[in-house]
Design a protein around this ligand. Structure first.
Ligand SMILES: NC(=O)c1ccc[n+]([C@@H]2O[C@H](COP(=O)([O-])OP(=O)(O)OC[C@H]3O[C@@H](n4cnc5c(N)ncnc54)[C@H](OP(=O)(O)O)[C@@H]3O)[C@@H](O)[C@H]2O)c1
Length: 360
């Protein structure tokens, strides 16, 4: 509510700052009816200012209490998920600093996370309340061939960040994956047995364990295959399917593995909600999981894209081949988040239209 009585407000502001002038401006008693009316109007003006200040203060306090601004450090800020996390958290009013490496550009801090000392210096300088650790090598085929380097990035650097965060009482949210499961008995609850099929999944499982050992109050958020606004179609295992549609080359696409894709903006909103609850004093720690609310094979995703963009798809055929490195159906139970009132899912068809329109 906003009260505004133009003539009186300025005068009363002046009167409030120097009460003597207010008293001097009051009519002396006995008053004429005109002077009485003036006193009543003056008093109304004072009440209006007090109410105005009260209402402004209430709105301000509500904003601060509902969503206290935090200093958030985001690793992997140049990546598919990190970009969305930075954008959503900034919009929510947080002070966000993003770390990147090979793609560090304007507005990003360059830091090689495998240089443990460099990371310590950045964290000590930035003094974040939250670290969202998204950076990782997440291409399973690359991990198979560059296993030792990946272990340093995916496990050792995550453990280092967790331990530094713990020392300065900063909350870390570490991003993990549904690839920690073998995909044979979905939906997976948080405590279900993990059995990664790939070296990538193994590094992420070991990173979860290392993070929670170094910072027992940290959170791990396991997420499914991602898509969103991409810099290259190959950036996401979902958006790259558009290349297959566009090429018109005959191609078999998996109709075997079941996936629950998530838009990066939905994951970013989930993280923003987690931060808001923690900042308000709620005790969140340990493992949380999110899977998109629609289950699709890559073949079905391709057909959805073809329908949305009216593209021919008769060159694309469904393949029922299983991959030894990829889980059949790693859908995860999301109840630990939904019980907190946290749930964000944009319908695949709508979201894919929004993400890919510029790539036709
Ligand atoms: N994408 C998916 O489908 C998917 C699915 C499930 C879980 N996840 C998990 O989600 C997280 C984010 O994935 P994403 O798709 O956003 O990854 P991404 O697009 O490949 O981005 C990886 C990020 O890590 C940074 N990085 C790599 N090496 C680094 C180093 N030595 N020092 C500092 N930063 C380094 C990259 O920075 P530069 O590019 O600037 O070098 C980039 O910002 C990962 O933890 C991944 O395991 C992803």
């Amino acid at each position: 509510m906003f009260f505004y009585i133009p003539e009186l407000t300025l005068w009363h502001l002046h009167s409030l700052s120097s009460p003597g002038s207010y008293l001097a401006g009051l009519p002396s008693w006995p008053a004429t009816p005109v002077l009485c009316a003036e006193v009543v109007l003056h008093s109304l003006g004072v009440i209006a200012i007090i109410l105005q200040l009260h209402s402004t203060l209430t709105v301000f306090l509500q904003a601060v209490m509902c969503n206290p601004a935090c200093n958030v450090l985001v690793t992997g800020a140049s990546g598919l998920l990190g970009r969305a996390v930075c954008a959503v958290l900034r919009k929510a009013g947080h002070a966000v600093k993003g770390l990147a490496f090979s793609r560090a550009g304007p507005g990003l801090i360059k830091c090689d996370l495998t240089d443990l000392e460099a990371v310590r210096l950045v964290i000590e300088k930035e003094k974040p309340n939250f670290i969202i650790h998204t950076a990782a090598q997440r291409f399973p085929d690359v991990v198979e061939t560059q296993y030792e380097e990946t272990r340093i990035l995916n496990i050792k650097s995550a453990e280092n960040i967790a331990s530094l965060a713990h020392q300065i009482k900063c909350k870390m949210i570490h991003i993990s994956t549904d690839y920690v499961f073998d995909g044979t008995s979905p939906p997976y609850k948080v405590g279900d047995k993990c059995n990664p099929l790939s070296k990538y999944g193994l590094t992420k499982l070991e990173s979860e364990e290392a993070v929670l050992a170094a910072a027992p109050d940290a959170c791990v958020l396991r997420i499914p295959v991602l898509y969103g606004p991409v810099e290259r179609l190959e950036e996401s295992a979902v958006t790259c399917l558009l290349n297959i549609l566009k090429s018109r080359e005959p191609k078999a696409v998996s109709h075997h593995d079941q996936r629950c894709p998530a838009h990066v903006r939905d994951i970013a909103h989930i993280l923003a909600d987690m931060i808001a609850l923690i900042a308000k004093g709620q005790n969140l720690s340990g493992i949380y999981q999110w899977s998109g609310r629609e289950k699709l094979t890559k073949y079905e995703m391709t057909l959805t894209m073809a329908r949305v963009f009216s593209l021919p798809h008769d060159h694309v055929t469904p393949s029922m081949d299983a991959s030894p490195l990829r889980p059949y159906d790693p859908e995860m139970d999301v109840s630990r988040l939904t019980e907190l009132g946290i749930s964000h899912h944009t319908k695949f068809e709508e979201a894919i239209k929004e993400c890919l329109s510029a790539w036709l």
